[in-house]
Unconditional design. Structure first.
Length: 236
């Protein structure tokens, strides 16, 4: 399927938009990047979704900075300055744009690392979401200084189906914290919980730069097609 892709302005923020060419309405996904921001891999994921008939809008955490033009250390410094309330307001505005101007009928969200944490926080607050997908979300039980909300505790408020993928060798999130998140999600009265556990895989295993390790590459080859099927099933 042909796609149209471009950088767009939504209110005061910029975002990357990929959508099926010539399609006026249909399903949509809000993509929440990892520390690399809207780098090449995030754009490729958005383009892949658009090629499957899904409008993909990507939140820009670092306002034009990404792995394309900045070092990881520079992006980590920007990450430490993100404010939860400001970020969530930006993401709600992007959801409004997907449902409004872009005419999407159902919209879900998928996030990686820091984006996985925000996918859970957003899902707990905005029940318009048709799904919540979190790849190796950075949700340690000990909150960072700039974190206002506990994604593990707040995840109980998500009403949409959730798919969460956790790497067993995640140095950023102990297994006990993942188990606490899984328990919280499974305590919900509505919304299916699908959990994936990849022994030996590392935090950020979906990052192409980490897939020189076979265990990470294997985890990605299993988890990404399942996420695509989950998106299809929940936004159709």
């Amino acid at each position: 399927m042909d796609i149209d892709a471009s950088q767009v302005q939504v209110g005061e923020q910029s975002a990357y938009l990929a959508r099926p060419a010539g399609v006026a309405a249909g399903p949509g996904m809000l993509l929440l990047p990892m520390i690399k921001g809207i780098g090449e891999q995030l754009r490729n994921w958005a383009d892949e979704l658009a090629g499957r008939g899904i409008t993909a809008l990507v939140w820009d955490p670092f306002k034009g900075r990404s792995s394309d033009n900045s070092t990881i250390d520079e992006l980590a410094e920007l990450l430490a300055g993100l404010d939860d309330d400001t970020v969530l307001a930006e993401q709600v505005a992007l959801l409004d744009h997907l449902f409004g101007e872009l005419g999407c009928t159902k919209v879900g969200t998928v996030g990686w690392c820091l984006g996985g944490r925000f996918a859970l926080l957003l899902g707990a607050r905005d029940h318009r979401l048709a799904n919540v997908i979190a790849f190796h979300p950075t949700v340690p039980s000990e909150l960072k200084p700039n974190h206002s909300y506990d994604a593990i505790a707040d995840s109980i408020g998500i009403t949409a189906p959730v798919l969460i993928a956790y790497p067993g060798a995640d140095a950023a999130v102990p297994v006990a914290d993942f188990e606490a998140l899984q328990t919280a999600l499974q305590s919900r009265e509505t919304g299916a919980t699908i959990t994936q556990f990849y022994p030996g895989a590392e935090h950020g295993y979906t990052d192409s730069a980490r897939q020189d390790k076979q265990v990470n590459a294997d985890a990605y080859r299993l988890s990404w097609p399942q996420a695509l099927a989950f998106i299809d099933a929940t936004t159709a």
